[in-house]
Design a protein around this ligand. Structure first.
Ligand code: F3S
Length: 406
């Protein structure tokens, strides 16, 4: 691999041990994947934050990096942690877990990585432009950044995204190259997509069908909003290894390359999505009795989703044996607090939790068995990893269940 003089110095340890370790990792992975050179990246989204996921070996690794002078060279943000960093007692988090979790956050902050603890960095200040090279972990955010923003990133693992944060570099391969971003499958939408849960299910379904590649969706009748696109991104990245999609005449690269995509369409593999296909996923994740918890916020809820929820929950009461949690980023909650949405939600019996999500928090300590959510990604992981009974429903139906039961 070609390295500039500066990059060679980084690799030889002239800029400290942490930079050397990080550079070595990037170069090794790049070489294995056939990269010819490194490029600069402008931001990183680092995963591997929950103590549940990284454990004591992860803490040890971060401590070593801090001790050897690791500091982020670019704007870097963090994925969700294993608990609400402020209100963790409310989540029944054991004290020992909380102490370790706070230690992890502290170590990242020592490396100048922002404790955003959210999977929607693009809505809270880490929002790259079209064509900007970045190094992000968190599959849903990677897919959103590539597809909606037109930024360029591979789906990094946590250590590699951290290595990019510490060096400002990544290897030039995969989705950093224009030719790998070209659609491989044409997805003809023969059904209406009415809400973000439909988009979440659509993504999950298409990921399941094609597993890998770059889907180009036909133009939906009603154009998707930010919340729909974030749900679609998460769904696609869950059941497949899809990190970029396009929507005809709508997403940036589909508009810019319209003629080329049009002329190549006949050579792409075609898949039709009918109402029945979406229904099959709703049937796969159907609850037959009341859930213990209704969870909204996978990916983290936007302020618009919290606004909608506050309007729906005004003057309503959540059933006594049910909990409603809304997961979001801490700075989104600050807005919700200010305008009074949090107050309305809490008066109804719901809670806004920040910095975490139910997939990366130690759910077992909460004693939950049945969960209802509006996210196909949450359904998939909670079923596969936690062996819970999980159902999916659109936002309005989740609120209805919270208030009336099933
Ligand atoms: Fe985000 Fe957790 Fe879902 S990280 S995308 S809320 S699984």
């Amino acid at each position: 691999m070609f390295l500039t003089k500066e990059e060679e110095k980084m690799l030889e340890g002239e800029y400290g041990e942490a930079t050397r370790i990080a550079m070595r990792l990037i170069v090794k992975v790049g070489e294995a994947l056939g990269a010819q050179k490194l490029i600069n990246v402008n931001s990183a989204q680092v995963s591997g934050v929950s103590y549940k996921n990284i454990g004591d070996p992860g803490i040890q690794f971060l401590e070593d990096l801090v001790r050897s002078g690791g500091r982020s060279k670019i704007l870097s943000t963090l994925n969700p942690a294993g608990m609400d960093l402020k209100n963790w007692t409310m989540m029944n988090i054991p004290k020992e877990f909380a102490e370790k979790q706070l230690k992890i956050i502290n170590l990242y902050m020592k490396m100048d990585i922002l404790p955003t603890c959210s999977c929607i960095p693009y809505l809270i200040g880490n929002s790259p432009n079209y064509n900007e090279h970045i190094a992000w972990a968190e599959s849903s955010a990677v897919t959103y950044a590539n597809s909606v923003l037109g930024a360029k990133t591979n789906r990094e693992g946590g250590p590699l995204a951290l290595a990019s944060a510490l060096t400002g570099k990544t290897a030039y391969y995969g989705l950093h190259l224009k030719e790998n971003r070209f659609p491989t499958h044409y997805i003809e939408l023969k059904t209406e997509l009415r809400n973000s849960t439909d988009y979440s299910v659509l993504g999950y379904l298409v990921g399941k069908k094609i597993r890998t590649g770059v889907p180009l969706f036909s133009n939906p009748k009603i154009l998707p909003k930010v919340e729909d696109l974030k749900a679609l991104s998460a769904g696609l990245a869950t059941s497949g290894s899809i990190s970029i999609f396009h929507i005809e005449n709508y997403t940036t690269e589909a508009v810019l390359n319209k003629k080329q995509y049009q002329s190549e369409k006949d050579h792409m593999e075609k898949i039709s999505i009918e109402e029945e296909d979406l229904k099959s996923i709703f049937d796969e994740y159907a609850l037959t009795s009341n859930p213990d918890l209704i969870y909204i916020g996978c990916p983290h809820a936007s302020i618009q989703e919290i606004r909608k929820l506050a309007h729906m929950l005004r003057k309503k009461k959540i059933k006594r044996d049910l909990e409603l949690w809304i997961g979001t980023a801490a700075n989104v909650k600050i807005l919700a607090d200010r305008i009074g949405y949090t107050n309305i939600i809490e008066k109804s019996g719901g809670r806004i939790i920040t910095d975490t999500c139910i997939v990366v928090s130690p759910l077992k300590t909460l004693g939950l068995k049945r969960i209802l959510t509006n996210s196909a990604k949450a359904c998939y992981y909670l079923t596969a990893l936690e062996k819970l009974d999980v159902g999916i429903a659109k936002l309005e139906d989740c609120v209805d269940t919270a208030v009336r039961g099933m």
